[in-house]
Design a protein around this ligand. Structure first.
Ligand SMILES: [Zn+2]
Ligand SMILES: [Zn+2]
Length: 428
């Protein structure tokens, strides 16, 4: 089952501050709490606890905002192992202290921490996205300092056990709470949880144990990838301090536009101009596809904007490249320009044969003029009832709402032009 967005789980906006998050957590936790016979819900409570754990921690929240669930999957505690029935009887505020006040937080402090996740933006070509590609990417990331092997101490110098925490990296604090005595465990303030004190810090890395290095990775981009997709490379991010594991590298793939092909999911659209004669008489022609030129039959009587679908010449499905979308060819009927006198004669002849009139008759023009004159006379005499009213301009200088509406429908029509239509012709 796909994980729900943590903000959604907590019912807060992405901009919610710490107080809002805490407040919303309390309200929802109260509702889902096991003491609540009607609305207590174990699965939902665990989901809520996990969402709160991440969003209540500034660092984890920032990672989640950038990388989503993937980014924090190793850092959240498995609430699945929590025994829900044991929580019955505790007030919700006690539970919050118990979960997030530090009392039961063990294992994560003091030990080596994972390095930071890194982000890399990669631009690829349209065809590379369609068929997949292998790329070399070069990044600068933190790695163990080679001089001190990541210890942070000058080679040969002594590393002493921290005296404050006796090498534990943690200090314990006993305090009294609602349900008896609790122990709060925090990172040692002297050694920041490392458990050691360095006598002579390494000069190369200034005691950090880490240095930024250039590193090259081979990245396989799968066929069918969409612009904006993220590819996660495990352990290709920064090294963690003092033997901590590497973070991950997130490669955000941008796909450059193609001058011929327009992509919409798995469908590829192309514009194919055809002549006026071909539209009327029908014929065939070669159309560009991502697999080279293909023969397309144009039926007689093709209207402007008609489409021809070329089956399975679209984009391969991600992770299942044997399944492909289609290519939709939009036939654009081009009206001939710069006609020779012979061509003009032929078209005149055609119009004559078809009984098409190319001009308005003199009589109709005279009628039109007479009507206009009559209307003008009526207006000067103060009678305006026959004139259609113009849309009223609003006083604040903006366009009237009806004009906005019209503009909108025009944009929709332009957009519609590239959508596949029903009843398309299929080319074999
Ligand atoms: Zn060093
Ligand atoms: Zn210490």
């Amino acid at each position: 089952m796909a994980k729900r967005d943590y903000y959604e789980v907590l019912g807060v906006s992405k901009k919610a501050n710490a107080d809002e998050i805490k407040k919303s957590f309390r309200n929802k936790a109260r509702h889902l709490h096991p003491d609540n016979k009607e609305s207590g819900d174990e699965a939902a409570f665990k989901e809520l606890a996990e969402a709160y754990e991440v969003l209540s921690d500034d660092n984890q929240r920032a990672t989640y905002d950038r990388y989503g669930h993937e980014g924090v999957k190793n850092t959240t505690r498995g609430f699945d192992n929590m025994d829900f029935s044991n929580l019955a009887g505790f007030g919700i505020d006690d539970l919050i202290d118990m979960f997030f006040g530090g009392g039961v937080r063990t294992g994560r402090q003091g030990g080596p921490e994972q390095g930071s996740h890194l982000r890399y933006e990669l631009q690829i070509d349209f065809m590379e996205a369609v068929f997949g590609v292998e790329k070399k990417i070069s990044i600068r990331r933190l790695e163990d300092c080679t001089t001190c092997s990541g210890s942070g101490a000058t080679p040969g110098s002594e590393i002493k056990q921290c005296t404050t925490c006796a090498g534990m990296g943690q200090v314990q604090q006993v305090f009294n709470s609602f349900f008896g005595q609790s122990i709060r465990v925090t990172a040692c303030p002297t050694c920041q949880g490392v458990g050691q004190q360095i006598e002579k810090p390494c000069r190369e890395c200034r005691g950090e144990g880490l240095l930024r290095q250039n590193r090259e990775f081979d990245l396989k981009i799968p066929a069918g990838i969409e612009s904006g997709s993220r590819v996660r490379m495990t352990a290709a991010g920064d090294k963690g301090k003092r033997g901590g594991p590497f973070g991950d590298l997130f490669v955000v793939v941008g796909v450059r536009e193609h001058e011929t092909f327009i992509r919409d999911g798995l469908t590829i659209h192309v514009k194919q101009p055809i002549s006026f004669s071909m539209a009327a008489l029908g014929g065939d022609l070669l159309v560009e596809t991502v697999n080279g030129k293909k023969l397309v039959k144009v039926p007689a009587g093709t209207q402007a904007g008609s489409t021809v679908v070329l089956k399975e010449l679209g984009v391969p499905r991600l992770n299942n490249p044997t399944r492909r979308g289609d290519q939709v060819v939009h036939l654009i009927v081009e009206t001939p320009t710069k006609l020779s006198s012979e061509e003009k004669k032929l078209l005149d002849k055609l119009a004559e044969l078809r009984g098409e009139s190319l001009h308005v008759s003199k009589e109709e023009i005279e009628n039109l003029k007479a009507e206009a004159k009559a209307a003008q006379e009526a207006e000067s005499a103060g009678k305006v009832e026959d004139k259609p009213k113009k849309p009223e301009a609003s006083t604040n200088g903006e366009n009237s709402p009806s004009e906005h509406k019209e503009d909108h429908s025009i944009f929709e029509k332009i957009g519609e032009f590239f959508k596949p239509r029903h009843g398309e012709h299929e080319a074999k």
